[in-house]
Design a protein around this ligand. Structure first.
Ligand SMILES: Nc1ncnc2c1ncn2[C@@H]1O[C@H](COP(=O)(O)OP(=O)(O)OP(=O)(O)O)[C@@H](O)[C@H]1O
Ligand SMILES: [Mg+2]
Length: 255
């Protein structure tokens, strides 16, 4: 059986008129279901531009972006929002968690947007936190978590609604190398166990060891597309080794 393509770029160009800059030049590639692909390339080469276009967060100047058989370039904003909400997860470099919501509430919020009932929301969000090794941290606020822990909450939020594909823009950039490697292995495990397709960008040579396909971007073009043999997960899932005493969040609501 032929493996389905989940993402297709057809001669996509992106100009930023304001800066008189061309970020992408007729870029074409496709991503198949289940692939674990890294976008590599120097700063300014166009990695974030590709991820933003792929997730429908931006529109190309020319060419087509097809995500899950839908042509993003011809969809209206509403349809795009629904597609993103139901099928796409996005992890940002800077986590983007709501500071006034707890870890659990941050994950639940994603489901609230979809209209999932409160009980089900809580159950699914707790399961997602457990999946990323953050069981027991649900009541903490982002400021009470380390960078790696915040990023794991952001990943839980990205996977809680069972997306087909997760885009991640430099998800390990703010982390030390040990935490970064654990996170990449977590992506890998989710890729294998939940069959989620991953496309992520990184500067880090370590990704070369973990990704099974590397798209090298240079100056707005794909310079190389290298397939590697699918790598089995090399290490067990990270677990929070040290459990700090629970810091109680400030009281925010009247009982
Ligand atoms: N909003 C914008 N307005 C004008 N130019 C932009 C804008 N966003 C990106 N660019 C330009 O487009 C090019 C590609 O940028 P992009 O952010 O995709 O690079 P990148 O590979 O993600 O870099 P980095 O590794 O530093 O994150 C760069 O030359 C950048 O200056
Ligand atoms: Mg970038």
């Amino acid at each position: 059986m032929e493996v389905m393509e989940v993402l297709l770029f057809k001669e996509v160009s992106k100009d930023y008129a304001s800066a008189n800059a061309t970020a992408l030049k007729e870029v074409s590639f496709s991503v198949k279901q289940g692939e674990f692909t890294a976008l590599a390339g120097p700063s300014g080469s166009g990695k974030s531009t590709i991820l933003n276009l792929a997730a429908g967060l931006d529109i190309p100047s020319q060419g087509k972006v097809i995500l899950l058989d839908k042509d993003l370039t011809s969809m209206d904003g509403n349809a795009l929002t629904i597609l993103r909400r139901n099928s796409v997860g996005f992890v940002f470099q800077s986590y983007n968690l709501f500071p006034v919501l707890t870890a659990l509430e941050n994950v639940e919020y994603q489901l609230a947007l979809k209209g999932v009932s409160q009980n089900k929301r809580r159950r699914l969000a707790e399961a997602a936190l457990e999946e990323v090794g953050m069981k027991g941290f649900g009541k903490r606020f982002p400021a009470q978590l380390s960078g790696g822990q915040q990023q794991r909450v952001a990943i839980a939020r990205a996977i809680v609604s069972d997306p087909k594909i997760v885009f991640a823009d430099e998800p390990t950039a703010n982390l030390d190398s040990t935490t970064a490697e654990k996170l990449l292995l977590l992506f890998r495990t989710l890729n294998e166990t939940k069959k989620i397709t991953f496309l992520f960008s990184s500067h880090d040579p370590m990704v070369l060891r973990i990704a099974d396909r590397i798209l090298e971007i240079c100056d707005g073009r794909i310079k190389a597309d290298t397939l590697r043999q699918k790598q089995p997960t090399e290490a067990p899932l990270p677990n929070p080794v040290v459990r700090l005493p629970m810091v109680l969040p400030p009281q925010r609501r009247a009982a």
